[in-house]
Ligand binder design. Structure first.
Ligand SMILES: [Zn+2]
Length: 272
């Protein structure tokens, strides 16, 4: 748990330093206010996320003790660690992609997830700007998959730490430039790739769902091409609504899922 918090804070500070040194987009007015509220919400959401490993270890331990043997598919298949680790990585990233994509379609999940999307800018502080209830739902779904899978706890921890670094970088107010984006873009989600997902225009919001790997977007046809750097500087981020300073305040972020304007899932708008 301490390691998770350490990596979270270190990646946040490192990426904030990087993006301050060479920001892609100029700082919008009111940036410190947005940062403060993003970080306060992130603290609440992270507290919920930290309950997941505790529950995972407790339940996995309980099930194993009850059965007198390690619980889960990977144990029953007697899968060696060198294979169980990459399988766990792939399953976790596929799960992240699936939950994220579903969150853009199912209205009540969108109400929670939209809090992440109403940030009118995208930077390191956007990474963990999630409604705590969204993190709770994600935690329960993850447990429902990880326990029957019998995922090695250390592999789950390693994926979580790696995902922290990649997602913080993916939200950075930075451009990796066309060359590095092309080279890395086959392997990892880059900020240039993920920025499309934070555009307010419908066509883009419902694209580039990947968490660490861009492979599922490419395989399942939800990838949109990285825009030229100049276009990335000017594109409108966030959503069409909830753009005022008041909307960015912690209490409003927490109450947002109850508001009617949050009820319209992006896909529902497109279907009209
Ligand atoms: Zn999203």
């Amino acid at each position: 748990m301490q390691l998770y918090l350490l990596v979270l804070i270190a990646s946040l500070v490192a990426v904030l330093a990087l993006e301050s040194a060479k920001p892609l987009r100029p700082l919008a007015p009111g940036a410190p206010w947005r940062w403060l509220n993003n970080l306060l919400l992130a603290a609440l959401a992270t507290a919920v996320t930290l309950l997941t490993p505790l529950l995972f270890w407790a339940l996995a331990g309980l099930l194993s003790v009850q059965r007198g043997a390690p619980f889960g598919l990977l144990h029953w298949l007697e899968m060696p660690a060198w294979l169980a680790w990459p399988v766990t990585f792939l399953v976790l990233d596929a799960l992240g992609y699936a939950v994220h994509r579903i969150s853009h379609v199912v209205p009540w999940l969108w109400r929670l997830h939209a809090v992440h999307h109403t940030d009118p800018e995208m930077d390191a502080t956007t990474t963990h700007r999630h409604h705590p209830l969204e993190n709770g739902v994600t935690a329960l779904i993850s447990l429902a998959v990880l326990l029957p899978l019998g995922a090695p706890p250390l592999a789950v921890l390693a994926y979580s730490l790696f995902a922290l670094v990649v997602t913080t970088l993916a939200h950075a107010n930075l451009s990796f430039g066309p060359r590095l984006t092309r080279a890395l873009g086959w392997l990892l989600v880059t900020p240039d790739f993920h920025r499309n997902h934070h555009r307010s225009a419908q066509r883009w919001t419902d694209s580039n769902y990947g968490i660490v790997l861009p492979w599922f977007d490419r395989l399942l046809g939800t990838a949109t091409a990285v825009e030229p750097v100049e276009q990335q500087r000017q594109m409108e981020l966030g959503l069409a609504h909830s753009r005022s300073a008041r909307d960015q305040r912690l209490d409003q972020l927490l109450l947002a899922p109850l508001q009617s304007r949050q009820s319209i899932a992006p896909t529902a708008v497109r279907a009209r």
